[in-house]
Design a protein around this ligand. Sequence first.
Ligand SMILES: Nc1ncnc2c1ncn2[C@@H]1O[C@H](COP(=O)(O)OP(=O)(O)O)[C@@H](O)[C@H]1O
Ligand SMILES: [Mg+2]
Length: 308
Amino acid sequence: MLSRKILLFGGKGGVGKTTLSSALALLISDMGRRTLLISTDPAHSLSDIFGIKPREGKVSVSERLDYLEIDPYRVIDEHIKRALESMEPFVSPETFSQIKEAMHSIESTPGAEEAAVLEELSKIVLENLETYDHFVVDTAPTGHTLNMLKTVGRVGGWLEELLKKRMEAQKFREAGGLKSRDEKILEVLKERRERFSRFSDLLFSRKTLFVPVLIPEKLPIMETGRLIAELERLNLKVEYLLVNKVLPPDTTDSFLLMRKEQERRYLKEIREKFSGLRIVEVPMRERDVEGIKTLKELATELGRRLGI
Ligand SMILES: Nc1ncnc2c1ncn2[C@@H]1O[C@H](COP(=O)(O)OP(=O)(O)O)[C@@H](O)[C@H]1O
Ligand SMILES: [Mg+2]
């Protein structure tokens, strides 16, 4: 795990993605690795878990650990603002207001949020490659994250098309002896294409590991099966499976004994279904995980079980 640059934690809502990704980030930063923990879930909770007031940009937790919560709506707004500014001088006020309206409707388009998160994530990772040894990503629940990862390919193809068209148009203009004001746009598009292709090379290489998190219950097991199948299709590496909130072995309470019996069956199913993976169980604690002290206790336990 420590040989990977990017560690993506994913899974169903509520299973412990934020908790375990934060614990791992704390653990490896305490071992001397410079770590940036990034949340791509619009329902952020890193500030809650670390007990720090939410704020924009990087937040420093300790000497080697920073975290950052990506706000997709801010990213989309900035995009629209920039695009509008670049258009305004060239169109009539009437057309401009129509374009403006159309652009703002993008905000609610399906996929816009995931595309914005991806854009920001790729920037953050590539701009900080030298600053950090590891990027630990606390992702949004399964569906959103898979959409985001699929966007990598789609954005690439879309940019490729756009660039081709732009370049053809420019060739014509140049042949006619006209200097194109599109040059700047072309440059921006080329830079984005370059960035996406660098990021997808990194994402789909051995430098990245996807760590699915689940709890020993029916629906999370089913969802994890679909998640892993999709990740394999996308060619993303999976090696570990974190089974969180496993009940203590020494339960005596009759209610808990029944839960434990059900859990035993699900743990067996997990071992059979995901036999190619290293399955790591994380015990359920007496209380919620909150604040650095409890996170550190969990981090030590997680490290012991992961063997790091
Ligand atoms: N091992 C654990 N023991 C006890 N509580 C846990 C454990 N892991 C997570 N929790 C609690 O479960 C809740 C959901 O965890 P969270 O990390 O926010 O899930 P996700 O990010 O996947 O939605 C939180 O209240 C968290 O404190
Ligand atoms: Mg979360």
